[in-house]
Design a protein around this ligand. Structure first.
Ligand SMILES: Cc1cc2nc3c(=O)[nH]c(=O)nc-3n(C[C@H](O)[C@H](O)[C@H](O)COP(=O)(O)O)c2cc1C
Length: 188
């Protein structure tokens, strides 16, 4: 990546999102995740890709529940095990759902991990979550892309994060745009 691209992406990361409109429920209880079905793993890997054009409609709650389970759900409830690995099983990365998914580390859960390793291990865990989301999206024919160029300070403030929490990554997920937007604008 050249310096100009880095500068442009840095500037993009400073853009502030439009404030959300309307009333939101305090709590949304999602249906239980459906842990069967989906595309065969090798096929999902063959389909995995970043896509940046999204249709405007929201995802159904069942799909959101399945997506969150794929990213970081309990897969061994008796042991508290999850679909994603974490250093010393600290399970320090939470996923917040806003306009994007936002992976947030809580370093308070990493007291047994040497301080020098904490950030690297939390990013490793968030990266594994992001790949789980990529595979779920490939399986369900959804569009997704990781977003790392973010205004982390603005997000942390808007989300009311504590001093031990850090925004690591964001990932947009949605229905694919019904037609390739770039070709449509090139044609007009
Ligand atoms: C750590 C990381 C950060 C990324 N950040 C961004 C980003 O901020 N914005 C974006 O559009 N894509 C971002 N991407 C997606 C890459 O551009 C994409 O994975 C790459 O172009 C390869 O395309 P593919 O995912 O379709 O194979 C990021 C990917 C990774 C792994």
């Amino acid at each position: 990546m050249n310096t100009l691209t880095k500068m442009a992406l840095g500037l993009l990361g400073q853009l502030k999102p439009e404030p959300a409109q309307g009333e939101a429920a305090d709590t949304i209880v999602l249906p239980a995740a459906n842990m069967s079905g989906g595309m065969p793993l090798m096929q999902a890997l063959a389909q995995r890709q970043s896509q940046r054009e999204f249709a405007p409609e929201p995802l159904p709650q069942q799909m959101l529940s399945n997506l969150l389970w794929a990213a970081a759900g309990l897969n061994r409830p008796a042991l508290g095990g999850r679909t994603v690995p974490s250093a010393l099983n600290a399970q320090e990365v939470d996923i917040y759902v806003a306009l994007d998914l936002i992976m947030v580390a809580d370093y308070a859960r990493m007291k047994r991990v040497p301080v020098a390793q904490r950030m690297a291990y939390a990013h490793t865990c968030a990266g594994a979550m992001a790949q789980n989301v990529y595979l779920y999206c490939a399986s369900e024919e959804l569009a997704t892309v990781i977003r790392a160029w973010l205004d982390r300070d603005a997000l942390a403030k808007a989300m009311g994060l504590g001093t031990e929490q850090q925004v690591l990554l964001s990932q947009t997920v949605g229905r694919k745009a019904p037609y390739p937007l770039l070709s449509a604008s090139a044609a007009s």
